[in-house]
Design a protein. Sequence first.
Lengths: 425, 197
Amino acid sequence: MIKKTLPFTLLLSLLITITAGNAVEFDIYQSGHKPLRMAWNLDTNSTQTGAQEKIINHTFKDDLESSESFTLLDPMSFIGRLGQGNTIDYADWRIIGTDIIVQCHIDQLATPPIANIIIHDPFQQKELIRYTLTQLPIDPRRLAHAIANSVYEKIIGIPGHFSSHILFVQQQHNRANLIFMDQDGHNQQIAASNFELILSPDWSSDGRHVAINSYIAGQSRLEQLDLSTGRMSKFAGYKGLNSTPEYSPDGRYIAAALSHTGNVEIHIFDTQTNQWRQFTHQPGIDTSPTWSPDGKSIAFVSNRSGNPHIYIQEINSNTAKRITRATNYNTSPAWSPRGDRIAIITKKGWEYALATIKTDGSDIRYLVTGTGIESPSWSPNGQMLLYSQEINGLKRVYRIPNWGGNPHPITAAHIDASDPAWSKN
Amino acid sequence: MLQKYKLIISIVSVIGLLAFSGCAKKDVVGSNNEGNHTTAASGQHTGTHEVNGLNDGNGHAIANTIDSTVDGSMDATDNSAAASIVILPSAPAIYFAFDSYVIDGASATTLQAYAAWLKADGNRTMNIEGHCDQRGSREYNLALGQQRAEAVKSFLMAEGVASNSISTISYGEEKPACVGTGEACWAQNRRAALSAH
């Protein structure tokens, strides 16, 4: 692995304070992040080159640019040939501000396809690495995702998330459908349909199952959906609330908020023994559990101190530690798969905000403010976040880097889309 | 017209009996700091509270008709003479403050009337739907709505209603009674909807 020590790693906090008239003062986290400028060249020996090569090029470009860690240069601006047989004049590429050059040759006649990749750094004036990817998918989109994952990891040092998937809930004509799609919005399919409500979907770590909180005929329940068979199996249908299911990282347990004791408490379901055990025992609300990546702790929302705050409790402990202090409204925790931060919905002045905090509650970074901001969900590599925001009565899912920046909508403007859930790998 | 007038008189009589039988027993339910259950402020109930929970048998509220006849609070739960003719209250919901599931005095009066109606016939049941306004997170609001429904259930049980005749569900902010923004609208959505059968 090589790690590019360019501005990407130099995340600086810049508090921008905007005050306009009597407007609420707010500050949004900004980093010194700048995308790396990449020159990318693809050669293939496919006999049906045109269409396939175009798909691979577009998919690779969209993947890397969607990460907001790279900008791909327009090939029309190239000042030299980048085929793997060509000599590269690093000085020329520096002139047009090229941070990284990637040469990729795909042998599509091989079964399965093979890719030879060479990465150069014009500023260090050297080839950084050359390597071969084998066992690649035949489908050009999946093939491009695999190459993008690899190139991203070689340069950034963190696995790419481009082969991952996203679920969201589409509300249509008072019915709820669960929609599956690739992380780039392609391959949309209906995974479950015609529910009164679907809330809080969560992926198992192996990507085979989804836990949902569904409402059918005025009853709430928790169900597991097997994505390969479409089979739905209920694992909680207690009186009252059955909500916010969340798989443990090893996939064996599901934490959820139930109210059959007369109080909303977090309980943990063992999928091997089909047994529940009560995890929290406090008057008041305990809900929205999220597991630490090591599976040893759960962060959750509790109003035991009078207002909703984020608490962390070890799995075998009865004692929870409150980690949020600043405002009186902190909900929807989502523990980063990298373990270092927790995304929350909090209040910022009169508005709600998507923010991240360290696991001790410090170093809050407000990423987006507004009304109707909900349901943070991390990309499998912890670099990006999904969330939904309601504007003019319609919810839409957005993606934003964990270092801030401009939100990018990933669902269409005309559909009501909420409850995004990014797959775990 | 005469029949309707007689009906109103008889309703007023029942309410009068209820009203003079004593103050509201309990304003239980709800929690605040550290989650301890607390007692909401118990105020003197006016006639308006009782009549808001009644109708004329044809689905029409008769609040103005009997408003002035009732003086003081009511306790519908221990008036056995009235039990056979207890009328289903017409108030479809009780309302809550932001991020609260404390039942206030006016709501307590409504719930006492429901308790009386439920206890009058063991076959009667009630479904309580907890709802929230759109502010805050949907998952937390789902839990908050459930706590509102549970608060109502606890109140009714404290009034002697059997647990198995009450069901609860929360829709959080998913099914607003009023679509829009602003406190006037939000206040209508922070509710426990009461459906008695």
